[in-house]
Design a protein around this ligand. Structure first.
Ligand code: C5P
Ligand code: MG
Length: 163
């Protein structure tokens, strides 16, 4: 790949997981208490961290997390999504960029996540080594259109070193 030329790059990522009983729900590295259902996934199913990692990679056209961590590989069973995010961040840095701010939207009908907004922002910011004010966290219901899913969408601004 040729070296990216723009001083600022926008990344976008998405992830969705089906919800099922008997599984924990973890979003942005935060276990969600009182969640009746959790994410069905090959890894730990943290849709926020997956979408943030994909956003980081997409900003520099570095592919997506499935390219680096195929879900067909047995060694990725139960993989801690924080590892995926840290690796993606390291790759961004190797290319001479850093994330400046992140905006993420979680679509989930239940439970209400508002009380966990600050904790999720703090945790994601910590993983990205950003102040928590640089991570915006929004929640939406699907209005009953997707009651069996959690869906996350993320944008990130990447800034070239020296800018
Ligand atoms: O999707 P809707 O606009 O009806 O969501 C209303 C509000 O409920 C959102 O703005 C958000 O603050 C909150 N919410 C939440 N937890 C969810 C979904 C929505 O706190 N799981
Ligand atoms: Mg996922």
């Amino acid at each position: 790949m040729t070296v990216p030329s723009l001083p600022y790059r926008i990344g976008y990522g998405e992830d969705a997981h089906r919800l099922a009983e008997g599984r924990p729900l973890v979003l942005g590295g935060v276990p969600i208490p009182h969640a009746e259902r959790g994410a069905v996934a090959h890894s730990d199913g943290d849709a926020v961290l997956h979408a943030v990692a994909d956003a980081l990679l997409s900003g520099l056209a570095l592919g997506d997390i499935g390219h680096y961590y195929p879900d067909t590989a047995p060694e990725h069973q139960g993989l801690d999504s924080r590892v995926i995010l840290r690796d993606s961040l390291a790759l961004v840095r190797e290319w001479g960029y850093r994330p400046a701010n992140v905006a993420l939207v979680v679509t989930l009908d239940r439970p209400k996540l508002g009380p966990l907004r600050a904790e999720i922002a703090r945790t994601v910011a910590g993983l990205l080594e950003l102040p928590e004010t640089e991570v915006g966290v929004s929640f939406k219901t699907s209005e009953g259109l997707a009651p069996d899913h959690v869906q996350v969408r993320v944008t990130v601004l990447l800034v070239r070193d020296g800018e």
